[in-house]
Design a protein around this ligand. Structure first.
Ligand code: BGC
Length: 375
């Protein structure tokens, strides 16, 4: 598989994503490089990523590593196979190797407090990458896409696709949520459910499986552990087999991301749903290649694209600012309370992609090459 992002100049498509977010910043002390005086040489940056099994984390990891190395940093990039203990061991090793800054996309946002105490004792600055790390004072910055907005965009897409404001309905909805241990999952669900719940309460959307959280706080009851495609597929098959007898059809599936949408589309296919009229509205997030291909084949209605290059660019910049003792860019100092403190955050803007805009957004920005998508 060839990914176009490797070939694209750093920074392409970044500008558009940050429009609308007002920038402000945070002062901090230089990171503890007593001899180097804040130089990139001999400065080790540890990058901890959750898993190689999802396309996006591979992109995230290699792009960030490349940027940091281009800036003269030494790096260690580790993937943890979605295993919390493995990630903790990897972070511990990075601390032992003398890392100056840690960039961590956590698996379980509540499991890292003890190892981050060791990081703090070693005077290491910690950036939470994409996912917030909870219940610890020892996370210095957070960089992510606006997670709540991802869900809002999914909810609004469904609202428009079914014309919920005007149509009488009722439409059959099956909602899904992300992994209960991922701090992002509740934001995705809240953003979508704020749009959709009023229609559920009004009876325009009905949920034959009964798996409709009564409030945003109940989201974990429909969470798919580990964001697994197979788990989502099995859950969707179960719902279709158990609640869709007698010719009843599902009209819309709220899927928080692409890995779930992939499994859900498999289940739909297995149950005889074919692209075209009668195929349900199906949401996603990440613009993974398999899902973009599914969109072009009529098996997924949209994805929320988060340009991982832009996130990497921002984090590389923050690392540089930290090491040089400069002011670190953040643009949100209110939203992301980790249970211990509000973590200064840099938020990027996500964007909806539909089958009609795959070419103009994903290909023209260089995220994919046309041939990656059979275009
Ligand atoms: C990320 C999503 C991703 C999901 C599964 C979330 O934390 O924000 O982009 O789809 O994890 O890996």
């Amino acid at each position: 598989m060839s990914f176009a992002w490797r070939k694209v100049a750093v920074g392409v498509a970044t500008a558009g994503l940050i429009v609308g977010l007002s920038a402000c910043s945070q002062e901090r002390e230089p990171s503890g490089d007593e001899t180097g005086g804040g130089a990139a040489e001999d400065t080790l940056i540890g990058i901890a990523m959750p898993t190689k099994s999802l396309e996006r984390w591979n992109r995230d990891g290699s792009h960030l590593e490349e940027l940091l190395q281009d800036n003269g940093y030494e790096t260690t990039l580790q993937y943890a196979d979605n295993k919390v203990d493995q990630q903790i061991t990897q972070i511990q090793n990075m601390i032992n190797q003398g890392a100056d800054v840690l960039v961590i996309a956590s698996i379980d946002g509540t499991a890292l407090a003890p190892v981050l105490e060791d990081a703090a004792a070693a005077d290491i600055t910690v950036i939470a990458y994409d996912r917030l790390i909870n219940d610890t004072p020892n996370v210095d910055y957070y960089a992510t896409f606006d997670n709540e907005k991802v869900g809002t965009l999914q909810g609004q897409f469904i609202e428009e696709a079914l014309d919920l404001k005007n149509a009488a309905g009722p439409f059959n909805l099956e909602p899904f949520a992300g992994s209960p241990d991922d701090n992002n999952a509740k934001f995705f669900f809240s953003g979508a459910w704020d749009v959709l719940l009023p229609y559920v309460e009004a009876g325009k959307l009905v949920v034959p499986s009964g798996k409709a959280p009564a409030s945003n706080d109940d989201w974990a009851s429909i969470g798919i552990q580990g964001w697994g495609s197979d788990t989502a597929q099995a859950e969707m098959e179960n719902r279709l087999n158990s609640f869709y007898g007698g010719g009843q059809k599902v009209n819309v599936v709220l899927s928080p991301n692409d890995s779930l949408a992939l499994g859900i589309a498999q289940a739909l296919e297995g149950a005889g749903y074919a692209p075209g009229e009668g195929y349900p509205v199906l949401t996603g997030q990440d613009a993974d290649q398999a899902n973009v291909l599914n969109m072009l084949a009529g098996k997924q209605s949209m994805t929320v694209w988060k340009d991982t290059r832009a996130l990497g660019d921002q984090v590389a910049k923050m690392v540089d600012q930290i090491v040089k003792g400069e002011t670190v860019d953040v643009n949100d100092e209110e939203t992301y309370d980790n249970g211990n403190k509000v973590v200064p955050t840099y938020l990027l803007d996500p964007e909806v992609v539909t089958p009609d805009t795959v070419e103009s957004v994903l290909v023209e920005s260089g995220f994919y090459k046309a041939e990656d998508l059979g275009l």
